[in-house]
Design a binder for this molecule. Sequence first.
Ligand code: UTP
Length: 625
Amino acid sequence: MASTVDSAAEQLSKLGIDGAFADSAPNLKKNLHLLSSEQVELAKMLMEMGQSHLFEKWAAPGVDDNEKKAFFDQVAKLNSSYPGGLKSYIKTARELLADSKAGKNPFDGFTPSVPTGEVLKFGDDTFINYEQAGVKEAKNAAFVLVAGGLGERLGYNGIKVALPAETTTGTCFLQNYIECILALQESSCRLAEGKCQEIPFAIMTSDDTHSRTQELLESNSYFGMKPTQVKLLKQEKVACLDDNDARLAMDPKNKYRIQTKPHGHGDVHALLYSSGLLKEWHDAGLKWVLFFQDTNGLLFKAIPASLGVSATKQYHVNSLAVPRKAKEAIGGITRLTHADGRSMVINVEYNQLDPLLRATGFPDGDVNCETGYSPFPGNINQLILELGPYMEELKKTGGAIKEFVNPKYKDASKTSFKSSTRLECMMQDYPKTLPPSAKVGFTVMDTWLAYAPVKNNPEDAAKVPKGNPYHSATSGEMAIYCANSLILRKAGAQVDDPVQEVFNGQEVEVWPRLTWKPKWGLTFSEIKNKVSGSCSVSQKSTMVIKGRNVVLEDLSLNGALIIDSVDDAEVRVGGKVQNKGWTLEPVDHKDTSVPEEIRIRGFKINKLEQLERSYSEPGKFSLKP
Ligand code: UTP
């Protein structure tokens, strides 16, 4: 027994953890002989970084020994998954917590101005040309979906990407994204006259979403994508912090665990870099990486044109944006210029933009300009990065993104927190470290075309002040019908106006429920080519197009129409389609007899009557009831 204690004391002494230092962690000292030499090194690092409290409640040797080892397994993981290790995490945390306590503005010394970018109008010649350029370029692109978020605001029990984007077809977000990428891949391949490449698709998951994302893919045969085309990268959580000294927080349920929380979607850069995926893509000759988020059912309508902008303008960074009313609660894309010559184009959160403008010679702050919108476009957090410059930058930074901390203080003294906090980072902060020579721009699209995320639960959405977007499952689904209706209108069809209805306490516009597979039409020109003659669609109508070569020709639709066809079948659909159709019936979001996917949108679809045709053989067909 004595010899064990001696050897522990020897180890402590060897490590320089002796005297008063060892007294501050007597329980660690007692247990030291249980640890491997790597674990002792980690213990030393924790002691040096002022974390002796972690060992305060440790039991004597012989009790909970496996838990003690598991504690160090966790510490090793936290240490290896953070660029620079835990030491660097704690150091940065102390700096950021001190800045936060002092109320330091991260943009001090910077003057905001409006950066340059492209503002696109759906369907005009410029838009069509950019779409064409984007489709051509897509064969050189890789897509990255960040899907590690908890979705606390939405409160859905499943993973967000498994939620139906709309319930007419029940297609979930992940299926929609994969089918869009595959459609883009095929169109790009056609333009490249057979020089085809698979478009790689990476998904960042977290412990909260990883296994369910994997299961969703596997149980659906990857929604038609080759399994080798999809790569899952799991982000790790980071340690929580209890106070301004960055003392690591213990898990309230386990005295041998450090409490952890997500670090934010900014992790995606370090993961892409450290996994070697970026290098693999670069070596394969790819040129673009497109980042997007988990629940935006409109996004791919904006992707071809935005990629076209990136390719034409040679943007190193292209942020997708939408028009933004002054002071609207989304970040503004802003050029910041420092007195010392530094300059960057970056997302500035709305609550920082207005005070920053006021403090730098714009007494009215963030105000609308002659367009009726703020001159600072609204960031929707979908980024297109040019791979070469991106790799070069990550070689310098290892993918580390400037972090921030957002503690909720107990009182004005800012000495203690209401609950533990942690460092966070955001994917859109990537340009913060770029040199001024980097070409950073944006592409503004109409909101109806590009942005309808599903973030809020029904109760919170119903409380959104009038005129602001609900960002709920209800509004996300309605936005898809609205966009498809407006696109068909622009393509020449006469589509009836929507009616107003209230679901889950949210007043929404209900357009005809028009849906199609991405392979039917991902770009406006493709869709335009498939709508001919005089077509009309009434408000009560539903249309589902599942085939690639379906042409609407002098179609008058007043009811529900579902067309499915194999790729080699050309189907011309026309004449008068009239039936009882599919109606929307309100359901209460509290009614647990209704599946959660349905009740969170506040309506279900009653399939009363439809015309449904399926074409399973190649050939030319005509449907004229
Ligand atoms: P959100 O802002 O929607 O955050 O993330 P969230 O964490 O998913 O939801 P709340 O805030 O708890 O309600 C934007 C995107 O970033 C991803 C999300 O999955 C979503 O696609 N994300 C977020 C990550 O991949 N990792 C994170 O740590 C956080």
